[in-house]
Design a binder for this molecule. Structure first.
Ligand code: SIN
Length: 293
């Protein structure tokens, strides 16, 4: 791959490639994420993250412990939602999979919501900043992840729509999200721990200053306008925002570690693989963000 060489002082020679799609994405090869990142590579990674929103590190083979250590170089780690998550030290590195308790592939997914467009933990007052997903086992074909660029989507809105939505706030709710995705409802105690919250429908990226649409499957309704009108608006915006020109589709390669910016992207898993036949296993860590404004 041709690209910008980032460091030369080791066996590994990290290199950053060209943008992967108009909507975003960039790949870094030759990095060894199992060791602390040299300062120049960390800076280059963060610059690539700001510019391309999805950063793909190729050819990694990180244990959960190594992924945890890598993630901590970018901020505070967020716990997984729900009382069913694995307890203990590696609860912070959780497994995204289609595998049942006996290790067999299944179509009965526990995290069915991942297959709907969403931005991580937008039902929290302080939602996720960065999510990292590391491929451990992949189907031979498909099992892609898609990312939709919400800054491009906002920019492309007609002026009158920008004015119509300016100042609106959206209620994000874990319960509503699970209902919509066909998942079992959260328990009362889980709901008490995570009551619905509202956020601006147009958020400003705290680092780039770009205005982005902050919507997706966790967006339950719009505050202060009739529910049916709000639902129609949310659904029109989602349809607009996830058009192909705003989307980067990541076709996973073994060893990929992908990090993405939840402040300006929606994402979803694609069920475009033989889910009942092949295992798809990825390890996820999440860095906590700041209150949207
Ligand atoms: C996620 O939504 O965090 C997981 C996406 C995927 O499984 O591709």
């Amino acid at each position: 791959m041709t690209g910008t060489v980032l460091a030369t002082a080791s066996v590994h020679t990290p290199s950053i490639g060209a943008r992967l799609s108009p909507a975003g994405g960039v790949a870094i090869t030759g990095a060894d994420l199992s060791r602390p990142l040299p300062a120049d590579l960390r800076d280059a990674t963060l610059a690539a993250f700001r510019e391309h929103h999805v950063v793909v590190f190729r050819d990694q083979d990180l244990s959960k412990e190594e992924q945890l250590a890598f993630t901590l170089q970018f901020g505070e780690i967020e716990e997984h939602v729900g009382r069913h998550s694995a307890a203990g030290r590696y609860g912070l590195v959780h497994t995204v999979t289609n595998v049942d308790e006996d290790g067999r592939p299944t179509t009965k997914l526990s995290a069915v919501g991942n297959y709907h467009w969403h931005t991580d933990k937008s039902y929290h007052a302080v939602p996720s900043l960065m999510t990292l997903l590391h491929a451990k086992e992949l189907p031979p074909e498909g099992g892609d992840t898609q990312f939709a660029n919400m800054a491009m989507a906002y920019e492309a809105l007609p002026e009158d729509m920008k004015q119509q939505i300016a100042g609106l706030r959206v209620v994000h709710s874990w319960a509503a999200s699970r209902r919509r995705a066909g998942a079992p409802p959260p328990s009362d105690i889980e709901m008490r721990e995570r009551p619905p919250v509202d956020h601006p429908i147009v958020r400003t990226h705290p680092e780039t200053g770009a205005k982005t649409l902050y919507i997706g499957n966790h967006a339950s309704h719009i505050s202060g306008i009739p529910e049916t009108e709000g639902d129609a608006l949310l659904s029109d915006l989602l349809e607009h925002a996830t058009q192909p020109q705003f989307v980067y589709t990541h076709h996973w390669c073994g060893g990929d570690l992908v990090m993405w910016d939840n402040r300006c992207l929606l994402h979803r898993a694609l069920a475009n693989y033989e889910m009942a036949k092949y295992r798809r296993i990825l390890h996820r860590t999440v860095v906590t963000g700041t209150v949207p404004f």
